[in-house]
Design a protein around this ligand. Structure first.
Ligand SMILES: [Zn+2]
Length: 397
């Protein structure tokens, strides 16, 4: 045996692990042709039912997003029905677990421009001009990105708050310093009074502005109004709208539309100098149409929250639960962990959620929903026995 040998450690230079792109799937419901629901996902915003389809180490750019979207669309188009004995299950997939940035890539518009009516920042606060623009209704299919809507609404109010002294959208020179001072004071107050870290850039990527921060910011309207100087009614209205779309209940799009219009009018009356961000504009001006587009599926069930939570899992699995001997082994272990933690059989054994979250909604948010008069306990639906009954009944036919 010749102990000598040549060892090379090769690095593939075109692979950059700094950003990963993931695509996942969440089952929402299983229903018969007549609309009878056989199974319903009671936590569509959790990763428990989030099945990973693919991940790829690539930068998020217009080109990569478009290519991945095209690939997934092709797969959806060629998806064959699943057959269980005599029961044929057809699949209907909706690409709604995306955020505003991805939507703007798909619509090929800048993030500051509305991807539906193409309104530019300077047009956002002119509510009369809104009805004159044509809407790209194709964009409704991407949903409302309800998790990001919370964060964007909070950030919009914060940016107004920082500028309350200078009352200008774009600022330079002296104004910039004034804004900086006000921003620090507001951040300090939130930290001391509420323990909330607002708008702090995190090492690596992103900021401390997450869904939970935004929920607390908007919920404590009196405190938030006092610290920021923002009108309390506007804070409340944002909170009501966001609760309604996050509730997972069916939203009454007519009432929702009226409430959003009132909120938009209040906004431009109070802060005409701060152009409404495209994300807030989309929620207030197009939210009702998007909700209507999805019909019987509540918009809250289509949230991108589960996919967002998955990013954290991915890092955790990669760091702590994967072999590092080579890339294939690492990726294989990550994928196994992703599939294991979202296994429908295992998830079905967890205690089911009750409709308690409906009870926690503010009365105004409840008014925007199609709720039964008494919030009933969610009926326990067993997918296996339901499918068995279905098969037996079709066997005997
Ligand atoms: Zn628009």
């Amino acid at each position: 045996m010749d102990p000598r040998g040549k060892v090379t450690i090769s690095r593939t230079l075109d692979v950059d692990d700094s950003s990963v792109f993931m695509a996942s799937l969440v089952a929402i419901r299983l229903q018969r042709n007549d609309g009878t629901v056989l199974w319903e996902n009671d936590r569509p915003s959790s990763t428990f039912y989030l099945r990973s389809i693919m991940f790829k180490f690539t930068k998020e750019t217009q080109t990569t997003v478009a290519a991945l979207k095209a690939g997934i669309s092709r797969e959806i188009e060629t998806l064959q029905p699943t057959t269980l004995k005599k029961v044929k299950i057809v699949h209907e997939l909706m690409m709604t677990m995306i955020d505003g940035k991805i939507t703007s890539y798909l619509s090929e518009t800048s993030t500051v421009v509305c991807d539906i009516c193409k309104a530019k920042p300077t047009q956002m606060n002119n509510l009369e001009s809104h009805n004159l623009r044509d809407n790209d209704e194709e964009m409704y299919q991407y949903g409302l990105s309800s998790l990001h809507a919370w964060i964007k609404c909070m950030e919009c109010l914060l940016h107004i708050a920082y500028r309350l002294e200078v009352k200008k959208w774009s600022c330079r020179g002296d104004d910039k310093d004034k804004i900086k001072i006000r921003k620090s004071a507001i951040q300090r107050a939130f930290k001391e009074e509420c323990g909330l870290l607002i708008d702090v850039v995190k090492q690596g990527a992103g900021s401390t502005n997450d869904g939970n921060t935004a929920r607390r910011f908007l919920k404590n309207k009196a405190t938030t109004a006092r610290i920021t100087g923002i009108n309390e009614q506007l804070i409340e209205n944002f909170y009501v709208i966001l609760q309604a779309i996050a509730s997972g209940e069916r939203v009454d799009h007519t009432k929702f539309s009226i409430f959003c219009n009132e909120t938009a009018e209040l906004y431009v009356k109070l802060y005409p100098w701060y152009y409404m961000p495209s994300s807030v504009h989309k929620l207030l001006m197009h939210g009702a149409d998007i909700i209507k587009h999805f019909g019987a599926i509540p918009i809250g069930k289509l949230s991108e929250e589960a996919a967002e939570a998955r990013n954290k899992d991915f890092r955790h699995y990669r760091e702590n639960h994967s072999r590092k001997i080579n890339r294939i082994a690492t990726n294989e272990d990550i994928f196994h962990n992703l599939l294991l933690s979202s296994d429908p059989k295992i998830t079905s054994l967890r205690p089911r959620m009750t409709k308690q979250n409906v009870l926690l909604l503010s009365p105004k948010a409840k008014e925007l929903l199609h709720l039964s008069t008494e919030p009933e306990e969610l009926e326990f639906i067993n997918i296996e026995s339901n499918l068995e009954n279905l098969q037996n009944s079709s066997d005997s036919e």
